[in-house]
Design a protein around this ligand. Structure first.
Ligand SMILES: Nc1ncnc2c1ncn2[C@@H]1O[C@H](COP(=O)(O)OP(=O)(O)OP(=O)(O)O)[C@@H](O)[C@H]1O
Length: 333
């Protein structure tokens, strides 16, 4: 057993097992937004929850934050039931909502004083405002803040209690690049100080920059989870190009044998997926040179998080995948 492994001593920061959330009545009139979700976030870890639109991220987050009870399954945060034991848990967690919705007539400092009552109050308001660069805006009314400043106020309020677990719901949406970089620096600092962070984001780059591990949701479940390398592992590299058009038609071409590769054709555009990028590319380029075929818009890339995400998003679609070459590609018209 790993000497640093404390999992046998204390429960994980967040643990969800077989989580379900249903909106509406049983039967066809209702909708299962979360369908048997399993998720573990270790203490001190930053986990990014990604997902296709409507995958159920917000519905899941609300269960973990205790804002709603699951239809079935079990969720624990710091060993507590976040819905039933909300009063005990609330001061130990920080929640940055997508829309903080603070009253517009209160000043930034007044908002901090009001909000601090909901937390342990461990961090002074001015310190939280300073962390997000809003200290000099403390006397400004919330309604006078820019969109980006409001987002930073949302974050400052989530930091008031020096939370053990921090929930960040799309923290950098609406921020300009400079403010985003500042938020990322702050999140890294908090993580380095031992704060557990569960972050939802639509930006794959944000997940790659910040997360120890990530989980990709699709249709109410976790479809893939692990480090970026683990999520990408096993995904094929991709080569794409266009067949040439000659004399108003494009040619019927027999691609060379590309062992282990999968070839798909969409008109003239050919996509080759392979786990041996170098040898497949070598075979393809050698063939093209020999046949004197120009491969238009040739693009070859290793597997990426974006590729993995898109593959998961498309997984319910019925993509036609042909077996490996040799294959007849192209249609003479
Ligand atoms: N109150 C509700 N009643 C019925 N269906 C709902 C309700 N809230 C959400 N849904 C549906 O549940 C599914 C999951 O929604 P949810 O907001 O959790 O997804 P999400 O992953 O956060 O999406 P996005 O990334 O687009 O914000 C969606 O199909 C949504 O339409």
């Amino acid at each position: 057993m790993d000497a640093n492994d404390t999992s046998h001593r204390e429960p994980p920061a967040i643990e969800a097992v077989g989580l379900h959330r249903r909106y509406g009545p049983a039967g066809a009139a209702g909708f299962d937004a979360v369908r048997g979700l399993d998720l573990t976030v270790r203490r001190g870890e930053l986990l990014a929850l990604l997902g296709t639109n409507g995958a159920g991220k917000t519905s899941t987050l609300e269960l973990i934050e205790g804002l709603a009870a699951p239809t079935a399954g079990r969720v624990r945060v710091l060993g507590l039931d976040p819905h039933r034991e909300r009063a005990a848990l609330r001061p130990r967690i920080g929640i940055m909502l997508q829309e903080g919705g603070f009253p517009g007539d209160l000043t930034v400092a007044e908002t901090g004083r009001t909000w601090t009552g909901l937390t342990t109050g461990a961090r002074p308001v001015d310190e939280a405002l300073d962390l997000v660069g809003l200290l000099d805006r403390r006397k400004v009314r919330v309604k006078q803040l820019s969109g980006g400043e409001r987002r930073r106020l949302d974050l400052a309020m989530a930091l008031l209690g020096r939370p053990e677990v921090l929930f960040l719901d799309e923290p950098s949406t609406g921020l300009d690049p400079e403010a985003r970089a500042a938020v990322w620096r702050l999140v890294r600092e908090l993580r380095a100080q031992g704060t557990t962070v569960l972050l939802t984001t639509h930006y794959l780059e944000e997940a790659e920059e910040l997360a120890d591990r990530l989980a990709i949701m699709h249709r109410g479940r976790v479809a893939a989870a692990g480090t970026v390398a683990e999520v990408i592992a096993g995904r094929p590299a991709r080569i794409s190009f266009e067949l040439p058009e000659r004399h108003g038609r494009y040619e019927t071409l027999a691609l060379p044998p590309l062992p282990g590769a999968e070839v798909t054709a969409d008109g003239r555009r050919i996509t080759v997926q392979t786990h041996q990028l170098q040898s497949t590319l070598t075979g393809l380029l050698g063939w093209a040179a020999h046949q004197e075929v120009a491969l238009g818009g040739l693009d070859a890339r290793s597997a990426s998080l974006e590729e993995a995400f898109l593959a998961i998003a498309a997984s319910a679609d019925t993509a036609t995948v042909h077996p490996a070459a040799p294959a007849l590609i192209g249609t003479a018209r």
